[in-house]
Design a protein around this ligand. Structure first.
Ligand SMILES: [Zn+2]
Length: 232
C-alpha cells in the first residue's frame, strides 16, 4: 500500500489532467491495431464497453441500424467513450445483390438512427459480409464515405470458442491491422480481456480505424484495405 501511495504522489501529472477519450495516438510513430466489431450493438455491448474502458482500449463498431434503434444507449456510450462508429447497413442485406434504391435506403436509415442515438454521423461504410462492387462504391461516394474492410478476422462467428478466437486473432495481428470481430458472439466478449492484455504487452496501441486510415488519403467510395483485383 505504501509503495502504491508513493507512486501516485510521484506521478508528474494527475490522471484527471487529460481526458482519456481525447488521447492522440500517432500510428506512424507507434504500433497500432484496430479491433472492429460488426453487426451490433448486441446485448453484450455494455460488457464489451466495460472491458475496453478498463484496459484503456479503443475499438470501432460497424453498427446495424436496426440494433442502433433498439439499443441506442450503447451507441451513445460508444461515442462518449471515444470509440469509432461506422455504418454496416440497416438490416444486413448483401449489397451486391440489392438495387441502388435499397442500398441508399439501408445506408441512410442507419446514418439517421446513429445521428438520433448519439448525435454523430458515421463517416465509414462496411457493407454486409464485406461485399462490395462498383455500384456500392459509387453510392458510398454519394454519402461521402470510404469503404473499410479488414486485414484479418477472428472467425468468431464460426468457432464460437474462446480459445480458438484468441488463437485465430493473434495469428492475424500485425502493425496497422484492422481485425474483424462480432460483439454478438459471447465468446468474443469473454476472450477480450486476454486478447487486449496480450496485444498491449506486445506494444500495440488499440486505436480506432480513423487513427489507422488517417494517413491513407482515402476518398469517398475508396476501399481499404483493397479487395483483390480492385483499384481505388
Ligand atoms: Zn455483418
Amino acid at each position: 500500500m505504501a509503495i502504491a501511495a508513493v507512486a501516485v504522489i510521484a506521478a508528474p501529472a494527475p490522471a484527471v489532467a487529460a481526458p482519456k477519450e481525447k488521447k492522440e495516438v500517432d500510428c506512424t510513430q507507434v504500433k497500432c491495431l484496430a479491433l472492429t466489431f460488426d453487426d451490433g450493438p448486441s446485448k453484450y455491448a455494455g460488457k464489451l464497453l466495460d472491458i475496453l474502458k478498463k484496459h484503456d482500449a479503443k475499438a470501432t463498431f460497424f453498427l446495424q441500424g436496426q440494433y442502433v434503434k433498439s439499443r441506442p444507449s450503447f451507441v451513445k456510450r460508444m461515442v462518449k467513450e471515444g470509440h469509432g462508429i461506422g455504418n454496416h447497413s440497416y438490416s444486413h442485406p448483401d449489397f451486391t445483390k440489392a438495387d441502388a434504391g435499397k442500398i441508399r435506403s439501408e445506408i441512410k436509415k442507419t446514418n439517421d438512427a446513429i445521428k438520433k442515438a448519439a448525435g454523430v454521423e458515421p463517416k465509414l461504410l462496411r457493407p454486409p459480409y464485406g461485399l462490395s462492387d462498383l455500384q456500392v462504391s459509387d453510392i458510398a461516394a454519394e454519402f461521402g464515405m470510404p469503404i473499410v474492410l479488414w486485414t484479418g478476422g477472428s472467425r468468431d462467428w464460426e468457432s464460437r470458442d474462446v480459445e480458438k478466437i484468441k488463437k485465430q486473432t493473434m495469428s492475424v495481428v500485425k502493425g496497422d491491422a484492422i481485425i474483424l470481430m462480432h460483439d454478438w458472439v459471447k465468446q468474443t466478449v469473454d476472450a477480450m480481456p486476454a486478447i487486449i492484455k496480450t496485444l498491449q504487452r506486445n506494444g500495440y496501441h488499440l486505436v480506432t480505424v480513423d487513427d489507422i486510415i488517417k494517413h491513407q488519403d482515402l476518398k469517398p467510395g475508396d476501399a481499404f484495405p483493397l479487395p483483390e483485383g480492385w483499384e481505388n
